[in-house]
Write a protein of this length. Structure first.
Length: 285
């Protein structure tokens, strides 16, 4: 097996801490299969902020040298981004080729100095936190490739996290690439309250498209600090065919309808802020 040969050369050993630097994806998968207790690290931006990392003594697999997970491919149907791609590199993709919603979620999610190290895969795979990019990719109907030594599966990005916000990746699995369908959303909005880089925030993700001043497609999701994003397809459907801009009355009605639905699911949610965010988005259409 190739990784055995590389292991000695590509490993740093400090006391009990073993750090592996696999040079390609196959090596990383074999190694992770052999050492499922290992911690994967991409840019280590999030890991370096956690307590676990400071006291951790087990094996670490560094994904930073793997070229296969740093590619960007654009076809007529989709944009594909390797999980190991740095957020700064994703921001530098020229505008019509990358959804603005994704760019906005990176800009409001990750502080500028950390973007050259932080990766899109790392942002999606933090075990216990659902960060900003997840909601953007979910609303864009993006899918993700998850690989194990002998198995590959594609899942919607939304399914990377369960309903309590924890990762669904299984032992030995690595997120390798994300595929975003190409679509021409005219309005792409991301609002984060109370502001950028806050973890316990309320987020609104919104997409809308108009044809001849009529709303032809719309998606809205609301993320509260500790719950998965809420989305109401029936309310979205009821807006299709309405004239743009929406009337004051329509904005009030739709805002109230969504806010009430969130309140039913999460009575303690900050409905005042949620109402403001929805109303702000609807006024942009
Ligand atoms: C002060 C500060 C505040 C921040 N606030 C926010 C915020 O509010 N919102 C936001 O979106 N971002 C925020 N970020 C950025 C965020 O920490 C990083 O975008 C994100 O964690 C990715 O970092 P990384 O790529 O270095 O991942 P790492 O720290 O290397 O890894 C993060 C986790 O993902 C796992 N992992 C990494 N890659 C893979 C893979 N390919 N397959 C499977 N598992 C993998 C690791 O095992 C680890 O558990 C903040 C950063 C800083 C420094």
């Amino acid at each position: 097996m190739r990784y055995r040969k590389r292991e000695k050369k590509d490993m740093i050993k400090q006391d009990n801490l073993q750090i592996y630097y696999p040079g390609d994806l196959q090596d990383a998968l074999l190694l992770y299969n052999k050492r499922p207790e290992a911690i994967l690290t991409a840019g280590s931006v999030e890991l370096s902020r956690t307590e676990t990392w400071q006291h951790y003594q087990g094996p670490v697999i560094v994904l930073g040298n793997i070229r296969e997970i740093k590619r960007i491919i654009k076809t007529e149907r989709y944009l594909e981004i390797g999980a190991g791609k740095a957020l700064s590199a994703i921001l530098s993709i020229p505008s019509p080729n990358i959804p603005l919603l994704l760019k906005k979620s990176i800009l409001l999610g990750c502080p500028a100095p950390a973007r050259t190290q932080a990766t899109i895969g790392g942002n999606l795979c933090i075990p216990d936190k659902t960060y900003d990019i997840h909601g953007a990719l979910t609303l864009l109907n993006a899918t993700a490739e998850i690989r194990k030594t002998n198995h590959t599966r594609w899942i919607p990005v939304s399914d990377i996290r369960n309903t309590t916000g924890f990762t669904t990746l299984e032992e030995g699995e690595i997120l390798t690439r994300i595929r975003i369908p190409i679509s021409n959303w005219e309005i792409q909005e991301y609002i984060k309250f109370p502001g950028a880089f806050t973890t316990a925030s309320i987020n609104l993700y919104g997409l809308a498209h108009k044809e001849d001043n009529l709303i032809s497609a719309i998606r809205i999701s609301i993320k509260t600090p500790y719950n998965p994003p809420y989305r109401y397809p029936e309310t979205e459907k009821s807006m299709i065919g309405k004239s743009s801009p929406l009337t004051k009355h329509e904005i009030t009605q739709i805002t109230k309808e969504i806010a009430e639905k969130v309140s039913e699911e999460e009575p303690e949610a900050d409905i005042r802020t949620i109402t403001k965010l929805i109303s702000h988005f609807l006024q942009k259409i």
